[in-house]
Design a binder for this molecule. Structure first.
Ligand SMILES: Cc1ncc(C[n+]2csc(CCOP(=O)(O)OP(=O)(O)O)c2C)c(N)n1
Ligand SMILES: [Mg+2]
Length: 428
């Protein structure tokens, strides 16, 4: 065999194929994850040059310490009312997820995606941004809509693709689009929101506006070309945009190693593009708030983009179509060293004498009831399996301003076939 090789005196080349550390049945051991003490990372001035704090792309900015106190230069010093609202919105997001997961299992919708363990990433960021800043989320930032007080019934109408669905059943369940709440249409094509956010931010700057853009993608999605072209444009034009990379360590069944996590951090991507990079504890809501405020101030003062890697863990399945017990160790969620974001903020509020277990339990009951009431409203507009909720001829509407000839032809053909079939679609 070696005789067939052009240079038999050289060792044969080989590839490195990443392999996750733990598979089903393995005991998960995260002792090699470096968790620096809270309060240790420095907080540069927001006008500092991006290349003067490369160290922050390789550490973990943390605020909540082991005694549940908020410490160090990144402590955003929120008042108790703000802290309680943050906790409430995270708990409400989780209650919403629980209810909609169950609705999928009951056959009321075809699909749902939870963000369990990642609530801080969206809720704390939504609190730190201005209400009219534009968000370009992935499918796991429902916490933004909840924090911006968008109607849960409207969200559920979309999930059920029912008569009340403002998107007329044209989007996969959970792919919301709420322009007046600064929430750009979610796309199933990973990372497309990144260049869209940069384009929006550049337009905002070109118009002399004051609003900035923020976008989110998973660590797996950073392997998409769109991620990199977005970084290039944002760097060149110093676009007022915040890039959030939610490193929950899994991309369905592919672990983060396939997106480059064995070689360096995701925040370090910023270094190559010459933009500000921060790696933070994504399960520490105060760190998320502080990093987002800092990045927003940079963007608003024309210092350009910031890339924030939120180090977190996807505590549950990728979606209702997934079964993580098939590919990862069941131990991971409990062994994961950065804990649960809701439990950590709750413990902080209790430690500073502004909350207690009884109030928390009562709030959980109240929130579950609120979600249940919203669901009851939404179900008046129908659920999956209750027939066609939108007139059949609307199927082709709303995509192009003017319908192209080939779609007009297809629409006419569909309607003719429906009539000819003698069994028109069930529209009850
Ligand atoms: C361009 C593209 N490739 C593949 C998929 C299929 N897909 C949907 S979600 C997903 C995993 C994404 O993982 P990550 O970016 O880490 O986000 P997470 O789900 O962990 O939040 C994949 C591969 C897709 N939707 N779009
Ligand atoms: Mg991921």
């Amino acid at each position: 065999m070696t005789g067939d090789l052009p240079r038999p005196n050289l060792p044969p080349l080989s590839l490195h194929v990443p392999e996750p550390k733990f598979r089903p049945g393995d005991a998960a051991d995260f002792s090699d994850i470096v968790v620096p003490p809270a309060g240790e990372a420095r907080r540069p001035d927001t006008a500092a040059a991006a290349d003067s704090f490369h160290d922050l792309a390789y550490t973990l900015v943390r605020v909540l310490d082991d005694d549940n106190q908020a410490v160090g230069p990144w402590n955003p010093r929120l008042n108790p009312d703000q802290l309680r609202r943050m906790l409430r919105m995270m708990a409400l997001t989780r209650a919403f997820d629980e209810r909609m997961f169950r609705a999928q299992r009951q056959g009321k919708t075809s699909f749902y995606m939870k963000c369990t363990g990642e609530e801080a990433v969206s809720v704390a960021a939504a609190m730190a941004l201005a209400r009219d800043d534009m968000c370009f989320p992935s499918y796991r930032q429902q916490g933004i809509l909840i924090t911006r007080d968008w109607s849960m019934t409207e969200m559920m109408n979309q999930i059920y693709s029912n008569k009340g669905d403002r998107l007329q059943g044209k989007q996969l369940p959970i792919m919301y689009s709420v322009k007046d709440h600064g929430f750009f249409s979610i796309s199933g094509n990973l990372a497309t929101q990144y260049p869209q956010a940069v384009g929006w931010a550049m337009a905002s700057a070109a118009k002399g506006d004051t609003r900035i853009a923020a976008t989110w993608c998973g660590e797996g999605s950073t392997a998409e070309g769109d991620f990199h072209s977005a970084c290039t444009f944002a760097s060149v034009y110093r676009a007022p945009v915040i890039f959030n990379v939610v490193n929950n360590q899994w991309a369905i069944s592919s672990f983060s190693g396939f997106a480059g996590a064995e070689a360096t951090t995701f925040a370090a991507r910023a270094v190559g593009y010459g933009i500000a990079g921060l790696r933070i504890d994504g399960n520490d809501a105060l760190a998320v708030y502080a990093a987002t405020s800092w990045a927003a101030e940079r963007a608003r003062t024309n210092q350009g983009p910031t890339l924030i890697e939120h180090f977190t863990y996807r505590a549950e399945g990728h979606s209702t179509s997934d079964d993580p017990s098939q590919y990862r160790s069941a131990d991971e969620a409990s062994e994961w060293p950065l804990g649960d974001p809701i439990a950590r903020l709750k413990a902080h509020l209790i430690a500073i004498g502004e909350w207690d277990d009884a109030r928390h339990a009562a709030q959980d009951v109240e929130l579950a009831e609120m979600v249940r009431a919203a669901q009851k409203e939404a179900e008046k507009n129908g659920i999956l399996g209750h027939g066609l909720h939108q007139p059949l001829d609307t199927l082709f509407d709303g995509v192009f301003e003017e319908m192209p000839w080939h779609l007009r032809e297809q629409q006419a053909q569909m309607l003719a076939e429906e009539t000819a079939s003698g069994r028109p679609w069930d529209r009850k």
